[in-house]
Write a protein that binds this ligand. Structure first.
Ligand code: HEM
Ligand code: HEM
Length: 189
């Protein structure tokens, strides 16, 4: 089966999501250090932007019927995911592009991890809005949300590492996946 490419709107949304989410992950590594605490306000603001981009990504995926590729719940779709998972153990890479299979399902799981970060992050944003001075009004609840935020952050790191490694392996084995998702030419539908 020939798979479709990504349309220009999805490629732009992917650019936005990859840049903002990756910034969030990298800034989180240094924003608790004494010399680089100035990164925290940026983490808050870019986090809010990432949450808005993510919402647009979900809405667009829903609008173009992409959800069944991100979450393959039908019997045939589940079989395809299992088949590609077993094939991976035998050294065969899953197929790339817009279609039902293991890659799409893993992208769905990545979006869930990012959504967990965005939801808990936005709750913390509301508890300490820009300009707020001093501790949050409910420190216990704030700590609980940071722990949940950390959990989703770790899931996002696992996704990010796997996603990037597979993208590079596909690219190096002649898949041209980077051009298909990051290219900005018009004719890729
Ligand atoms: C946390 C940051 C990122 C997230 C949340 C993310 C998410 C996604 C999602 C959801 C898709 C599938 C789009 C769809 O099915 O509608 C996708 C595709 C893709 N992403 Fe990312 N991405 C991220 C970062 C990156 C980075 C840094 C790279 C470059 C190494 C990359 C390379 C790709 C490629 C090559 C595809 C197409 C895969 C294929 O053809 O099967 N992504 N990404
Ligand atoms: C989609 C948006 C966001 C992403 C992807 C994200 C990602 C992350 C990641 C990966 C970490 C490191 C977790 C770890 O230590 O393992 C982190 C930490 C943190 N983030 Fe975010 N974040 C987002 C939005 C926000 C927002 C809007 C806030 C608002 C206050 C926020 C507040 C924090 C705080 C306070 C920590 C430190 C937690 C701790 O170490 O105790 N984040 N974030």
């Amino acid at each position: 089966m020939i798979r479709k490419g990504w349309d220009i709107k999805l490629r732009l949304l992917h650019w936005a999501i990859a840049l903002t989410a990756t910034f969030q992950q990298l800034s989180s590594m240094y924003m608790s250090n004494p010399g680089t605490q100035f990164l925290f306000p940026y983490h808050r603001i870019v986090g809010a932007v990432a949450a808005i981009v993510l919402l647009l990504f979900w809405l667009y995926s829903y609008a173009i019927y992409d959800l069944k590729m991100l979450f393959p719940w039908g019997r045939d779709a589940r079989r395809e995911v299992l088949r590609e998972s077993f094939a991976l153990f035998r050294g065969r890479l899953p197929r790339t592009g817009r279609g039902i299979g293991l890659s799409g399902f893993v992208h769905g799981l990545g979006l869930l991890a990012l959504s967990g970060c965005a939801c808990t992050g936005m709750i913390m944003f509301a508890m300490i809005p820009p300009g707020h001075v001093g501790p949050p009004s409910d420190p216990m609840a704030f700590t609980r949300y940071t722990l949940q935020h950390k959990f989703f952050g770790e899931m996002l790191w696992i996704y990010w590492c796997g996603h990037t490694v597979f993208a590079l392996v596909h690219q190096l084995t002649g898949g041209h996946v980077l051009g298909s998702i990051f290219g900005l030419g018009r004719k890729r539908n």
